[in-house]
Design a protein around this ligand. Structure first.
Ligand code: PBG
Length: 331
């Protein structure tokens, strides 16, 4: 017999039964949100070349996609409208308003629609807000005013949730106020509160034609998105957004910021969402296409990490597979 004690951890790993019993987290497909891109400039559903299996939809094809997704057990959507016209001011939100209207008219309360609120798909320079005359600064208060006006129109169209991803200061309070003043106190706000300036948004920006830089003098989003080097900013911003009225808060990207998820989980008392963003998703897809990993198991493994870290809600481009994959998952 060994002279020192060693625990028999392998007893808890020895069969599927005991591994299932010993699990400390569970995945539930009901807590998944599927992003959808609806693009005004296309006439039929079009694959996004840098985002495997994901399409840009027309309004009609989005309705078909949602119908198919409902059959697969997905009923929560995060909508990204991509307008045809890009300007610097006087934005026209009618396309976004129309999609929400059509979705809610067709599916009513069998779907939950969160509408992304940001200006990056609307602006000719690709920034998330309005620029000053020298085009070297994103103006905070003018942007917030515009975003609140957009949020109100989306709520009037029937959005269940407003999801501001712009990262201006004070937008949650401004949106909460304008919604309440107009009788939309039941419309929730999911704040992209800990959104980092990241490489991993690349494929998304292809889909939304929203990369920053053209026709202006600022070529990245570092003056409004959080820095990877500053965890405290992400924590303070999230707590502030909760105080301003955010119902759900978010960490984005997910896996590179698992420490932030874990920290927030212990600090806050509102639901926490983790957004496994386009570049994170695509890195899995490319490995799978290379036969280096099994796609479904790899996504499940990452989702499990997000749950262990303390995320309640998972936003994933593979959300529409969550029910099927979770049902057959091997512990
Ligand atoms: C818009 C926005 C972005 C994402 C969601 N909303 C990109 C960005 O900030 O450039 C990224 C989502 C993804 O990569 O999946 N502000």
């Amino acid at each position: 017999m060994s002279a020192f004690y060693h625990s028999n951890q392998r007893r808890l790993r020895s069969s599927t039964h005991i591994r299932e019993l010993a699990a400390s987290v569970q995945l539930n497909y009901k807590q998944f949100i599927q992003p959808l891109f609806v693009d005004e400039s296309i006439t039929k559903q079009t694959p996004i070349s840098t985002l495997s299996e994901i399409n840009s939809d027309t309004v009609q094809s989005a309705l078909k996609q949602i119908e198919a997704d409902l059959k697969k057990g997905i009923s929560k959507f995060l909508l990204f409208p991509v307008p045809e016209k890009k300007t610097e001011n006087n934005f026209d939100y009618s396309f976004a308003v129309n999609i929400i209207h059509q979705i809610k008219k067709t599916f009513g309360n069998s779907v939950w629609v969160a509408a992304d609120v940001c200006l990056c798909a609307y602006t000719s320079h690709g920034h998330c807000g309005i620029l000053n005359a020298a085009k070297d600064k994103v103006l905070n208060d003018a942007s917030v005013k515009e975003l609140a006006n957009y949020a109100l129109q989306l709520a009037q169209a029937g959005a269940d949730c407003i999801a501001p991803s712009d990262m201006m200061d004070g937008r949650i309070g401004a949106i909460r106020n304008i919604l309440n003043e107009n009788g939309f106190d039941d419309v929730s706000i999911m704040s992209y509160s800990a959104k980092f300036s990241s490489q991993f948004y690349g494929p998304f920006r292809d889909a939304c034609k929203s990369a920053p830089g053209g026709n202006c003098n600022i070529h990245n989003r570092k003056t409004y998105q959080a820095s990877a080097f500053n965890k405290k900013d992400a924590i303070v911003s999230t707590i502030r957004d909760i105080n301003e009225g955010a119902d759900i808060v978010m960490v984005k990207p997910a896996l590179p910021y698992l420490d932030v998820i874990q920290d927030l989980h212990t600090k806050i008392e509102v639901p926490l969402a983790a957004y496994h963003v386009s570049g994170e998703y695509q890195s899995i897809e490319l490995l799978a296409q290379n036969n280096s990993i099994e796609r479904d198991k790899a996504h499940i493994e990452i989702w499990t990490a997000l749950k262990r870290g303390g995320a309640d809600i998972i936003i994933s481009y593979a959300a529409r597979h969550a029910k099927e994959w979770i049902e057959k998952v091997e512990y």
